[in-house]
Design a protein around this ligand. Sequence first.
Ligand SMILES: *Cc1c(COP(=O)(O)O)cnc(C)c1O
Length: 405
Amino acid sequence: MTEVFSGQFTQQEPIPEEGIEAALAVLRHGRLHRYNTAPGEVAEAALLEEEFAALSGAKYCLAVASGGVAMTTALRALGVGPGDRVLSNAFTLAPVPGAIAAVGALPVYVEVTEDLTIDLDDLVAKVGQARVLLLSHMRGHICDMDRLMAICDAAGVAVVEDCAHTMGAHWNGTPSGRFGRMGCFSTQTYKHVNSGEGGFVISDDAEAMARAIVLSGSYMFYARHRAAPPPEAFEKVRYEVPNISGRMDNLRAAILRPQLRKLPEQAARWNERYRVVEEGLRDTPGLRLTTRDAREGFVASSFQFLLPGWQPGAVREVLARCLGRGVELKWFGAEEPVGFTSRYDSWRYAPVPQLPRTDRVLAGLVDMRLPLTFGLDDCALIARIIRAEVGAVWQAGAIEGRGSA
Ligand SMILES: *Cc1c(COP(=O)(O)O)cnc(C)c1O
């Protein structure tokens, strides 16, 4: 009998009961705006920032309305403006070049490796073209951060980390987001904690963080933050920096606080699922798994593999066969952007360069989510289905000049 998977790849777990209770308390008192507090009350948003700063080991933390707002705020706080160039990953999600465009800057894309990290040799070649690198740890793949920081430090390039897929992850023991001048996170539904929309900026840089807080729309209430630089840091900034509203509210903060406490446990559950899929796909002919450095402490909320050198028609065939058995795969090689999946040549508001290595990787790159609503048996079944369908198409000759296709 042909096995079929019936789970939903977009279904996350419910909000923990503790979060629902806390959200109801906020709804009942009605003080949703983060600066609307009763005498002596500390806003949920301020507590959330304090807790995320502690969790990530950062001096300062700012909660904002989305991951996109976090990145835009960080770039502005570091003085990136119209016409500036910003280095970034060619393989990332649309909000990343979107954040660069939002401040009027232009991306300089760096190629991707077969292990889905930024190509550090290409970074060496391009690092002189900008003052800032917006580094996206896309799909949770973390590059050699020691080498990356050495390259950027030597060139005087400030690093802003996009940690949308690395909340709770680390490189060689240092939390993701703590290498660069600023780290940006998303709390959007498909990330590691879920408030629908939301994000964080973390940093140890008092001046940049004071700017970020005012930029986020603090009015003159910055003293109500608990993970902010001291009031002196705002003395000049308060007059010089525009208030561009993109705040976190108390309702979402209340939902997030219990989730942050569960993050290490959730990370372990994600990685268990990842390992089951990885084992199930190991040594599948025609399929390349990504290799991961022993120093990479990843949190695998999604899974990627490559079908290197495959004809587009053969990749499409695998996707269709898997979908027919309930396994929903995304493909970064498609000509047209679909759903959340787009690539650098679709972002035509910015210059589209020639990136042959990235094109080669994306042509065979297959991606899927691993929500925690899937059990380990589900993951084993998903791997069996992919293995069988990749095998069937491979045998028929997925690569030109090989087999019958
Ligand atoms: C989701 C995501 C973001 C931020 O997204 P928002 O929807 O704005 O919170 C940033 N970078 C990557 C790689 C993402 O996947």
